[in-house]
Design a protein around this ligand. Structure first.
Ligand SMILES: Cc1cc2nc3c(=O)[nH]c(=O)nc-3n(C[C@H](O)[C@H](O)[C@H](O)COP(=O)(O)OP(=O)(O)OC[C@H]3O[C@@H](n4cnc5c(N)ncnc54)[C@H](O)[C@@H]3O)c2cc1C
Length: 861
């Protein structure tokens, strides 16, 4: 035992708050609660403070976030009093720091060491939690905070025969406090995650023989440990507050400017330069920020992964061993990457051997060593570096029962359900620090711990001020948050990897992406917004009654939300306040530098005869040999903005997905050419394309129309005109968020009036430029008003949740269906009017665009 247990003063068996765990989270929570005057007890299973750094004493254990950042920031004086000795501090130094913090704030007197909580039950009558410890003590509290750690519950041993081994057995996560001496011994290390990668080079320095058992190779980069890098030290010393603030509002909890450079659009030289700079920095934050698309597109990730493999091959002399060490079953970053010191070089030692567990699984551990079936290996010591039941393990290890006795384990049987990773419905006054659904393990944990502790402390103070005794998330708020957490994960490569982030390392654990990947900054804003909106989604009650503003804090798709945030920072004047020429200029400027979209076989520009003169068009040809079906496409822009080139990425995308020729037409624009010029040009263009299909490389007779926004309006009108005036025959109409009616009083105009790029006032401005009020009700302007919609081509209509045009799109789909037209209608949840055109930017729109491509293919079947 490192420290004396608490004195003989009896502890109160009822307090306002119990905190479980005395790692960094529990320590800071206790400090804040004390400052606020809450009576608090901290219960800790270990014999001392430190949590992770108390238990994980294996050789080589260090932090993998620079220690300048992996440190408390809540008190500038504390920072003045402590100096870290190197870039990545060792476990003993970090543990010394935890003890230093403990003594400095006199925290020890409220902590019970050697005290494990085994059960907790909500008593609705008294509105208190009743906790039971393994020693049989019962403690009652109003609020129950789990500061039990994300990586504190070792994975249960799942290797047969482990108990039979008669030699020395070590677990990296439960390392002895005495020094372990491997000199002259034959040592096995099982596991090559972070702990294995850190300990293997040091164990190899002592052992007579070292055998490493690897199931999955991990990506690792050299830590380059030593003095703190000037890139970190200088800004911190120059302005501590600014540096800490930058960390709080960064993506990963370490100051860094997210790159906008995309690997898929960069040259090999750029790939090499940017990778090499990250490699040399020895920082995981830099490794994660080489390209904006590295965790989105497999091909972008592979560019970086292959460069790491090249580094491994350059170090490891035996080519077979080098190949075994090269990760191939997951994308770089989707399992926690490692930082190492001489890890790969260790395998050049003649007495170090690597065994691939996929090719040679362990049959069992025996009295003397490890039996692989085709080979029996004898060892003096086995080290298990087999990892943790991450994020949920320590929480559900306690038998927790909420309202009506519902068990948390049962509630989370298919994966954890939380609101903000802080609370869970049905479990009042129950908080988790860095719980599932929060950035936690995907961030610098010190930053995330401080944020959660501050949020919880403020929340308890708020309840007290209101005279409220309970707080609990609503089902709506929790479900909304989980949808958002999942939306964030789905636009990345993370869910595909068999990692502990998804629970895949623990047999039987439900496969769910556990942390929140939207970023520390975005997450912090969401938590702040919940508070600013009167604790949105949190039911509070007390003697004075109940209070709850129910709702969902984040509904827009995360990547679209990023675009909206970025646009907000540009502070552009509303387009409708500008002269038309300037509005067109702004739109052109905004589209320069956007990702071009997928490669197609060929792009050809030409002109075709419109209703009143030549019109430019751009033709996109698929890579596959023709002839192809043809889609005439009408761009968006409210009849005022845009051109045959302006929807370039979307046209490429449709061309590729539908394997069809796309002919994007530059119809005449208002106000120079007002209604019905655009509609007349639409029909003229379709006629010309139909007549010249073969010459364009198209399949005669296989013709469809498509359009976005005002282009959707022209596409819909063209179908009506073609039907009414004798052709050509159109196989289908793809209408993406189309304008179908001049009535701007539908609810979607009010609900989505502002904030989603296309505003209600901009739409009115478009109408004003396009058509006189009297003309707008003409079906050539408002196709929804046509008297007869029957016999029109089959339609695929896409509407977006946050779009003023949503309801008229829905109305048109319904009207077509009512008239007997085969219609599919898709609602793009969380999307805006412009989302789906932002190819390779709003990646979450890809699934909808895939359906659009399928719809076009079906038109031609
Ligand atoms: C080897 C290793 C290296 C790491 N390096 C980094 C890094 O570089 N950067 C980073 O950001 N994060 C790192 N982490 C993550 C690390 O866990 C956090 O940074 C941080 O230390 C977590 O603090 P905590 O207080 O939340 O949890 P912990 O430190 O895990 O503390 C939780 C405490 O709760 C106690 N406990 C659990 N259940 C019970 C119970 N039922 N009753 C009583 N007590 C209980 C445990 O004994 C433990 O002491 C690392 C983790 C490991 C394992």
């Amino acid at each position: 035992m490192d420290r004396e247990p608490h004195g003989t003063t009896p502890r109160p068996d009822t307090v306002e708050v119990v905190v479980v765990g005395a790692g960094f989270a529990g320590l800071y929570m206790l400090h804040r609660l004390r400052q606020l005057g809450f009576s608090t007890r901290v219960l800790e299973a270990a014999d001392d403070v430190g949590g992770t750094w108390y238990w994980n004493r294996y050789p080589g254990a260090r932090c993998d976030v620079p220690t300048t950042d992996y440190t408390f920031s809540f008190d500038p004086e504390l920072e003045q009093e402590w100096t870290w000795s190197e870039k990545y501090a060792t476990q003993p130094e970090i543990l010394r720091y935890a003890r230093f913090v403990t003594e400095r704030y006199d925290l020890r007197r409220d902590i019970d060491f050697g005290t494990r909580v085994e059960a907790a039950r909500w008593d609705a009558a008294t509105e208190r939690w009743e906790l039971r410890t393994t020693a049989g003590e019962h403690i009652r509290c109003r609020h129950y905070v789990m500061a039990t750690g994300c990586l504190s519950q070792p994975k249960t041993m799942d290797i047969a025969g482990a108990e039979r081994f008669t030699g020395e057995v070590y677990f990296t996560s439960r390392w002895p406090h005495e020094e372990v001496d491997f000199r002259g011994k034959r040592v096995a290390v099982i596991g090559t995650g972070s702990s294995g990668v850190q300990s293997i080079p040091l164990i190899a320095r002592q052992a007579k023989q070292l055998t490493v058992f690897q199931r999955t190779p991990n990506f690792s980069i050299p830590a380059g440990n030593g003095p703190v890098r000037p890139e970190r030290r200088a800004p911190l010393e120059a302005d501590r507050d600014a540096y800490r603030k930058a960390a709080k509002w960064s993506r990963l909890g370490v100051p860094s400017t997210p790159t906008q450079i995309m690997a898929v659009y960069s040259t090999p030289d750029v790939h090499r330069e940017r990778f090499e700079a990250a490699w040399q920095s020895g920082e995981l934050v830099e490794l994660a920020n080489i390209f904006a698309d590295q965790l989105v597109f497999p091909e972008a990730n592979e560019i970086l992964a292959e460069q790491i493999r090249a580094k491994i091959r350059a170090v490891v002399k035996d080519p077979e061993t080098a190949e075994l060490l090269c990760p191939r079953d997951h994308a770089l970053g989707t399992k926690r990457a490692c930082l190492d010191t001489d890890y790969y070089a260790t395998f050049n030692q003649p007495y170090v051997r690597l065994i691939d567990l996929r090719a040679h699984p362990i049959r069992s551990i025996t009295e003397t060593g490890i039996d692989l079936g085709d080979e029996a290996l004898a060892f003096d010591a086995i080290v298990f570096a087999t990892g943790f039941d991450a994020m949920t393990g320590a929480i559900v290890a306690v038998d927790i029962a909420g309202r009506e006795g519902v068990s948390l384990k049962q509630k989370w049987a298919n994966g954890p359900l939380t609101y903000l990773g802080l609370m869970t419905a049905g479990f009042p006054n129950f908080f988790t620090i860095t719980g599932p659904g929060s950035p936690s393990v995907l961030s610098n944990m010190m930053v995330s711990i401080e944020q959660h502790v501050d949020w919880i402390a403020d929340c308890l103070a708020h309840l007290r001020a209101l005279g409220m005794t309970t707080i609990e998330p609503t089902a709506t708020a929790e479900a909304g948050w989980m949808t958002h957490v999942n939306d964030c994960a789905q636009i990345t490569l993370f869910p595909d990897a068999n990692s502990w982030y998804t629970g895949a390392n623990v047999p039987g654990k439900p496969r769910v992406f556990l942390p929140y990947i939207g970023g520390v900054d975005v997450y912090r804003k969401a938590c702040d917004d919940v508070v600013a909106n009167d604790y949105l989604g949190l039911m509070r009650s007390g003697p004075g009654g109940t209070r709850c503003r129910d709702g969902v804090i984040r509904r827009v798709q995360p990547d679209m939300a990023m675009v909206l945030d970025l646009l907000a920072t540009l502070n552009l004047p509303p387009l409708e306040t500008l002269p038309v020429e300037q509005a067109r200029f702004v739109m052109t400027q905004l589209s320069t530098g956007r990702p071009p979209g997928p490669t197609v076989g060929e792009i050809v520009d030409g002109t075709l005869p419109g209703a009143a003169g030549p019109l430019a068009y751009r033709l996109y040809r698929p890579v596959s040999p023709g002839p192809h079906p043809v889609v005439v496409y009408f761009h968006g822009g409210g009849w005022v903005l845009g051109s045959h080139e302006s929807d370039d990425p979307l046209c490429r995308d449709l061309c590729k997905r539908a394997n069809a020729l796309i002919v994007s037409v530059d119809y005449r624009h208002a106000p120079e050419a007002r209604f019905p010029a655009a509609a007349d040009d639409g029909l003229a263009a379709v006629r010309w394309v139909a007549e010249h299909a073969a010459k364009l490389g198209g399949r005669p007779g296989a013709l469809a129309v498509a359009g976005w926004s005002a282009g959707g309006n022209i596409a819909a009108v063209t179908c009506q005109l073609a039907h009414a005036t004798g052709g050509p025959r159109i196989a289908g109409q793809l209408l993406l968020t189309p304008v179908t009616d001049c009535d701007t009083s539908r609810p979607s105009y009010a609900e989505n009036a502002n904030g989603y790029i296309l505003t209600t006032s901009l739409m009115k401005w478009f109408w004003d430029h396009y058509a006189d009020p009297a003309a707008r009700t003409d079906p050539k302007a408002s196709p929804l008003r046509a008297r007869d919609l029957s016999k029109l081509p089959p339609a695929f209509v896409v509407t977006c949740e946050f779009d003023p045009l949503r309801d008229e799109g829905i109305a048109y789909a319904q009207a077509l269906a009512a008239a007997g037209v085969p219609v599919s209608h898709m609602t793009a949840r969380g999307h805006t009017h412009t989302s789906l055109t932002m190819v390779d930017v709003v990646v979450s729109g890809a699934a909808v665009r895939a359906e659009m491509g399928n719809a076009l293919r079906r038109f031609f079947e």
